[in-house]
Structure formats: structure tokens, C-alpha cells
Design a protein around this ligand. Structure first.
Ligand code: MF3
Ligand code: CO
Ligand code: CO
Length: 319
């Protein structure tokens, strides 16, 4: 997730949005005018963000591998599993296939991420660090977020797993998070504003009595892990105008809380993000490509592809 409000990676002590955010947006175009009707002159300014056919091919291949990795790891996400052991399996599978776990050594707000994936359990919203002392137990919900670099291109996806008998509210939250991702993907359409994604997600989530985390967003993705624009999952009036164009690739990854949207980052490890009110949080993420007709989900897993679904949660299909 791109974190606009945390300290810049360069060590300046300034917030990222006040420092390197804009320079990170390579080939960044002048912002389109607000209120431009869809499918108009906003085409040109978005040009630098559209991948070439060769880059799209690279993104397809990294997405396929990331999906394979997700299907590989799901059998190990069970009660009694130690999260650091899950991390070890993810790392091993990735390097054994000749690829690179993007999280390992990733630079955030001055800190380097120490593991090869993020594992975020219960009230942890995102960026949980796999640990030798963290065990999955009956009743937990746990998100596993995988990002792999395959021949220079990033694939990024996550799922929330339910461990054993999960209580009604947790189960409901996981379903809302899955639906939120599907609603976001369904809002992808060439010529539409990127903010259509948040406009589809937030009202739905709020109507379910849950909330959308605002501090973290989806992101452009390609040769870089977090590139160019932010993909808001909520309605953000200050967001940059971006028009979705065929060839753009980005993630959609709404983090949904059972309570309020506010979050806090662990001061000691600098990474673990928790809900401020201690409520449960769930998330699903896919990397998508904007096509002429809508969205192509690049990170579908082999089992999702075979079943023709975009998510499979505890036996339930989200088409
Ligand atoms: N995979 C996360 C995302 O969806 C980012 C994790 S960054 C890490 O954007 F450093 F914590 F791994
Ligand atoms: Co992401
Ligand atoms: Co991710």
C-alpha cells in the first residue's frame, strides 16, 4: 500500500506526500481537469501510465505466478501453523521457481521489511510481519499478502483465510471484504475515472455496517512495486484525477474494518498496522489490467481460473 502520510523513504523526515511522492510518479502527466466527461480529452495525459504489449505480457506472467503461489500456500494456512513457517514456505517456493519475493528488503518509512510476505491476523489491517511466536488458532481470520517479481514485473494479491470455526461477525466481515474487491473490479472501465472504484466500494461497505480504511490504498504496479497513482477505496475528494485507460495496471485491495476506519502503526516494528479500536479487519487484493472492455484480473489463481471465479472464500464463489 502506498502510504501518503508516513515519512518519506529518503530519510528527509518529511511526509511522503510532501516529499518523493510526486517524483516517484515517473512519466507523471499533468492532472486532468476535474469533471471531464468519460472518454474525452483526458486520454493524452494518462499515456505514460499505459503499459506496452511487452510490459503487459510481463505483468500477465507475474500475475499467474503470484496466483500459483497463493494456491500453493493455502493448504498450510491452518490452526497450529506458525506464521514464520508460512513465510519460509512462501520464500522457498518463490526462489525455487527463480523469482523474487518483493516484500523482503522492501523499504518503507525508513525501515526495511524483514520477511517475504505480509501476514495480518485479526485486528491487524496490513503489513503484519511473520513471526516465530505467532500461531494461527481456531477462530482467527488472517490475511496473506503476496508480491512476487517475475522477470522484472510485480504481481500483488492477498486473501483473508478463516481458521476453523470463525464467529458470525468475523465471517460477515470477510464476506464484505470479498464483495468490496469484486465491486471495485466491476467499476474498472476504460474512460471512467479511477475514483469510480472508491465510489463503488465505500457506500456498499458502509451499508453493511463496516468501514473502509483510508490511510492505505491500492497502487499502480509494474516494474516498480508501488508506482504512480493511488487507488482509493473510499471517496476521496482530494484525490488526483486519473482516467482508466487500456494498458494500465494497478491493484485493488480494500481493507475493511468491523469498527471504525482509523488505524495505527506499531511504533516498535514500524510496520504492523492495527485498527485503532481493536476491531477485526479483512482484505482481498488482486492486480488488474484495464482492457478495452473492462478489467482483466491478472492474479487469478489456478483454482480460480478453473472455476471461472474471481475469489473463492471458504467454498463460496465470488464470480
Ligand atoms: N503487498 C502490500 C501491498 O499490497 C505491500 C507490502 S509492503 C511490505 O501493497 F513491505 F510490507 F511488504
Ligand atoms: Co498492493
Ligand atoms: Co499486496
Amino acid at each position: 500500500m502506498t502510504e501518503r502520510n508516513e515519512l518519506c523513504w529518503c530519510g528527509s523526515g518529511k511526509k511522503y506526500k510532501k516529499c518523493h511522492l510526486s517524483s516517484d510518479e515517473e512519466k507523471r502527466a499533468p492532472p486532468a481537469q476535474r469533471g471531464v466527461p468519460a472518454r474525452t480529452s483526458a486520454k493524452a495525459p494518462q499515456k505514460g501510465r499505459q503499459k506496452t504489449p511487452a510490459q503487459i505480457d510481463g505483468m500477465r506472467r507475474s500475475g499467474v505466478f503470484n496466483g500459483q503461489l497463493m494456491d500453493y500456500i493455502r493448504r498450510y494456512v491452518v490452526a497450529g501453523a506458525v506464521t514464520d513457517d508460512i513465510n519460509t514456505l512462501i520464500h522457498g517456493y518463490t526462489v525455487d521457481h527463480g523469482h523474487i519475493p518483493a516484500c523482503l528488503g522492501y523499504r518503507g518509512n525508513k525501515r526495511v521489511f524483514p520477511k517475504s510476505c505480509c501476514i495480518s491476523r485479526n485486528n491487524v489491517v496490513c503489513h503484519g510481519i511473520p513471526s516465530k511466536s505467532e500461531l494461527l488458532s481456531d477462530g482467527d481470520i488472517v490475511n496473506i499478502d503476496l508480491t512476487t517479481i517475475v522477470d522484472g514485473f510485480h504481481g500483488d494479491s492477498s486473501e483473508t483465510f478463516m481458521i476453523g470455526a470463525v464467529d458470525r461477525n468475523a465471517r460477515r466481515l470477510v464476506g464484505v471484504a470479498a464483495r468490496a474487491l469484486i465491486a471495485g473490479i466491476d467499476a474498472v472501465r476504460p474512460g471512467a475515472h479511477l475514483r469510480a472504484i472508491g465510489e463503488a466500494i465505500e457506500p456498499f461497505v458502509n451499508a453493511q455496517g463496516c468501514s473502509v480504511v483510508r490511510q492505505y490504498t491500492g497502487h499502480g504496479i509494474g516494474a516498480k512495486f508501488h508506482e504512480s497513482f493511488s487507488v482509493y477505496h473510499h471517496i476521496e475528494p482530494r484525490g488526483e484525477d486519473v482516467i482508466m485507460m487500456p494498458g494500465m495496471t494497478f491493484t485493488i485491495e480494500p481493507m475493511i474494518n468491523l469498527g471504525g476506519f482509523e488505524v495505527t502503526t506499531d511504533r516498535k516494528d514500524g510496520w504492523t498496522v492495527r485498527t485503532q479500536d481493536g476491531s477485526l479487519s479483512a482484505q482481498f487484493e488482486h492486480t488488474v489490467l484495464v482492457t478495452d472492455g473492462g478489467a482483466e484480473v491478472l492474479t487469478l489463481t489456478p483454482s480460480q481460473r478453473a472455476a471461472g471465479v474471481r475469489l473463492f472464500v471458504d467454498g463460496e464463489a465470488y464470480r
